[in-house]
Design a protein around this ligand. Structure first.
Ligand SMILES: N[C@@H](CCC(=O)N[C@@H](CS)C(=O)NCC(=O)O)C(=O)O
Length: 210
């Protein structure tokens, strides 16, 4: 398989964790987002959104959107599971993951922040916007798992919720969010970061890290 990504991309980071947890190898093909390489015509032919990640499987099939990729990996390589069997638990875990992947991360991705600069926001206003988006999303997630004993977001093993949480906390810190306000999320992050699969997927461990 080939994973098109970027070391600092949190959506790529989610997929790297899933691949590592499932023990699946992939060639990592970096696209430098700050240099605009995600908009090269050759890459747009794979992913018309001009976003990373994109996964190409060993038959050449192309899958975009990190959560779609992760669910596909879950269906084709179910061990270890990243979702439990119980339908209600699955729905709750997906809701947590989507609160970050659908309602938080898109508000603060490179393209949106670039557009805010274009329409005249100062660098300080852009950072405050991104911090606000992270605070809103993480604060809801803190409440969503307040009664979950953990140590991971949902139980004793990592799920797709943890795959979304760890990269989002990294983003939040980059935008200056005071993450100590989210003790339950930090507990899950600490449990995750103890696992080699998470540690090896970290941005600073990627070959294209700067
Ligand atoms: N919902 C998409 C989000 C993908 C996304 O926003 N990727 C960012 C990096 S984390 C990107 O490629 N940004 C490039 C840009 O904004 O131009 C997913 O989960 O795959």
């Amino acid at each position: 398989m080939k994973l098109h990504g970027y070391f600092r991309s949190s959506a790529s980071y989610r997929v790297r964790i899933a691949l590592n947890l499932k023990g699946l190898g992939a060639d990592h093909l970096p696209h430098h987002l700050r240099k605009g390489e995600q908009r090269d015509p050759a890459y747009l032919a794979l992913n018309p959104q001009g976003l990373v990640p994109t996964l190409q499987d060993d038959q050449g099939a192309i899958i975009t959107q990190s959560l779609a990729i992760i669910e596909w990996l879950e269906e084709t390589d179910p061990e270890p599971p990243l979702l439990p069997k119980d339908p209600l638990r699955r729905a709750k875990i997906r809701a947590f993951a989507m609160a970050l992947a659908c309602d938080t991360h898109p508000l603060q991705n490179l393209k949106v922040l670039g557009r805010l600069r274009q329409i005249g926001l100062s660098e300080e206003q852009v950072t405050e916007w991104a911090a606000w988006a992270n605070r809103e999303g993480l604060s809801a997630c803190e409440t969503l798992i307040a009664d979950e004993p953990g140590p991971f977001c949902f139980g004793a093993k990592p799920t797709i919720a943890d795959l979304c949480l760890v990269p989002q906390l990294a983003n939040a810190r980059r935008f200056g969010v005071e993450v100590a306000a989210f003790p339950r999320l930090l507990k899950a992050e600490a449990a995750a970061k103890n696992l080699k699969a998470f540690a090896d997927a970290a941005p600073e461990r990627q070959p294209d890290a700067e």
